[in-house]
Design a protein around this ligand. Structure first.
Ligand SMILES: Cc1cc2nc3c(=O)[nH]c(=O)nc-3n(C[C@H](O)[C@H](O)[C@H](O)COP(=O)(O)O)c2cc1C
Length: 341
């Protein structure tokens, strides 16, 4: 659907498109190992907003990936940095040095110093806000936009559903644009979040099976086969070893994680291993397991991080087609809400 044919969407997500500098206020959220130059540039070239995943990359590799993405697109894109990654401070330096226009902080409460640094460098900063009080604090600290991500999402998740976060945040945050993520698979639901006041949306899972995504064909196949109920969150076994739940398609990798958690829990309880070291080992497990699945195609023991929106991944499709489907669905739903169509 051409932009000129759209009657409702341009107005409904204007705040988002103005902020991002895009045709559509549809972000493809950063996915470690998945969101590299090819997928990110394809999303941005097709009118969305791609976000590079820095994950645990060595800083010089991140700089190269940014350069590679710039070779493939002139359109805006973002860089997602994990605040708990060992190289986080160096990653911040890289995005400032490379004059990246947008940076996303994910992983934990963003450190005030890093916020101040990127703001002073004129970089637009987007943060995840799991609770309203933190959102208000981040806005005071100068954060330019927020992403709220519900527990339906793939990867590391919080405890609250997107539908509840949307009501909490969209009805109470007007200062900055808010983008909604988690469980979004169709344009029809995008229209509902826009009607509630969202500036735009962020999807991850639906873009995994894109033609332009470098993920292994077996990884994509697992997404196509899975239904919503296959994408399950992990559990924390005991409060003496706090773990962040991860939503993934259930496989041996999930069971490997559970076995590791139990073993580490016992070592923490016996005093043999400090809690923090055990938590680092659990996070290292995910980074390695996700790489095995995405890059090597080990869909048995690797991690198949995916959201419940995996229900809407039906085939390998070009990014352009996925975005067009989302845009057409959202426009049609907005028309129906306006009493047309
Ligand atoms: C395989 C995978 C890896 C992800 N890795 C990251 C990451 O490195 N950083 C991040 O902020 N979010 C990460 N996410 C979350 C996505 O950016 C996005 O917010 C989420 O997928 C949206 O929900 P959905 O999966 O229902 O579309 C990941 C999601 C998936 C499916």
């Amino acid at each position: 659907m051409e932009l000129k044919e759209l009657k409702y969407l341009p107005k409904a997500w204007k705040r988002g498109t103005d902020f991002l500098g895009t045709r559509y206020a549809i972000l493809c959220g950063a996915m470690t190992w998945v969101s590299e130059a090819n997928l990110v540039s394809a999303i941005s070239n097709d009118g969305g907003f791609g976000v590079l995943a820095a994950g645990n990359m060595p800083p010089e590799l991140l700089a190269k990936e940014i350069a590679k993405t710039r070779e493939k697109t002139k359109a805006p894109f973002g860089v997602n940095l994990i605040t708990v990654a060992p190289a986080f401070k160096d990653h911040v330096e890289v995005v400032i040095r490379e004059k990246c226009p947008f940076v996303f902080f994910a992983g934990s409460i963003p450190p005030g110093r890093a916020i101040a640094e990127v703001k002073a460098a004129g970089v637009k900063l987007v943060c995840f806000a799991p609770v309203l009080s933190l959102a208000k604090r981040l806005i005071k600290q100068g954060v330019d936009a927020l992403v709220i991500e519900g527990s339906e999402a793939g990867g590391h998740i919080g405890p609250v559903a997107t539908s509840v976060l949307a009501q909490e945040f969209l009805l109470n945050v007007t200062e900055v644009p808010v983008f909604v993520a988690g469980g979004i698979g169709t344009g029809e639901i995008i229209a509902q979040y826009l009607a509630l006041g969202a500036a735009g949306v962020q999807l991850g899972t639906r873009f995994v099976a894109a033609v332009e995504c470098v993920a292994h064909p077996r990884f994509k196949e697992a997404f196509i086969k899975a239904s919503a109920r296959d994408a399950m969150p992990t559990s924390q076994f005991d409060q003496s070893l706090p773990t962040i739940p991860v939503r993934a398609i259930l496989n041996e990798g999930t069971r490997d994680f559970n076995r590791l958690q139990l073993e580490l829990l016992n070592r923490v309880k016996s005093g043999e291993l400090p809690r923090e070291d055990a938590q680092v080992k659990l996070e290292e497990f995910w980074v390695g397991a996700l790489r095995r699945a995405v890059v090597e195609g080990d869909v048995e023991h690797g991690s198949l991080m995916a959201g419940q929106s995996v229900a809407f991944v039906k085939k390998v499709q070009p990014v352009r087609e996925i975005i067009e489907e989302l845009v057409a669905g959202a426009e049609a739903a907005l028309a129906r809400m306006a009493g047309e169509g």
